[in-house]
Write a protein that binds this ligand. Structure first.
Ligand SMILES: [Fe+2]
Length: 183
């Protein structure tokens, strides 16, 4: 007589560092973008948009999420980075962003235009820049995006793609600033 040994396999338990989901962050970023567009945060905006360096200001912060408005300038890449233990999401308010994301095998490129949204789950490694203007059509006005991070950012790691086509972490930094913003 044989006994059947029944083992119970527990479903995978997802342990998230935040009660918010990517969908929540997309909604938060979208709502904050609408607030910027309707002038609710005008007091935080510069008199003149900086053109030499990326600029950012925090427009909301609580225990679970911080929300930033970022102005992007040409030729200032974030470098390849992650967001450590934070989920992220963005909404593009004006202009376009160029993103290279590590897929595990290569860098995949996409352009995020005005009104586009993107979510960044844990482990997302990307390099973001202001998209290049079409030839003969330089953009006037700032290129703006709103970013939401949950839990609020505490660190970022930076990466490079090796000659063997793998990803190598080059450094980690403690920071609460978004997208590798100049301190
Ligand atoms: Fe990022």
């Amino acid at each position: 007589m044989s006994h059947t040994n029944t083992s119970v396999i527990s479903p995978a338990v997802s342990i998230s560092p935040t009660p918010l989901r990517s969908a929540d962050l997309l909604h938060i970023a979208d709502r904050a973008a609408a607030e910027v567009l309707d002038g609710s945060h005008d007091a935080l905006l510069p008199a003149v948009w900086p053109t030499a360096e990326r600029w950012s200001t925090r427009i909301h912060a609580d225990d679970d999420v911080d929300v930033w408005l970022i102005s992007w300038v040409p030729d200032r890449s974030t470098e390849l980075h992650d967001h450590a233990g934070s989920l992220g999401a963005l909404t593009v308010l004006s202009g376009s962003l160029s993103e290279f994301r590590w897929t595990g095998e290569e860098l995949a490129h996409r352009v995020l235009g005005t009104g586009d949204q993107a979510a960044f789950p844990l482990g997302w490694v990307h390099d973001v820049t202001r998209a290049i203007d079409p030839p003969g059509e330089p953009r006037s006005g700032p290129t703006l995006s709103v970013h939401a991070y949950s839990p609020p950012l505490t660190a970022m790691s930076y990466y490079e793609v090796t000659d063997r086509g793998t990803l190598r972490r080059t450094r980690s930094e403690l920071t609460d600033l978004p997208e590798g913003a100049p301190a």
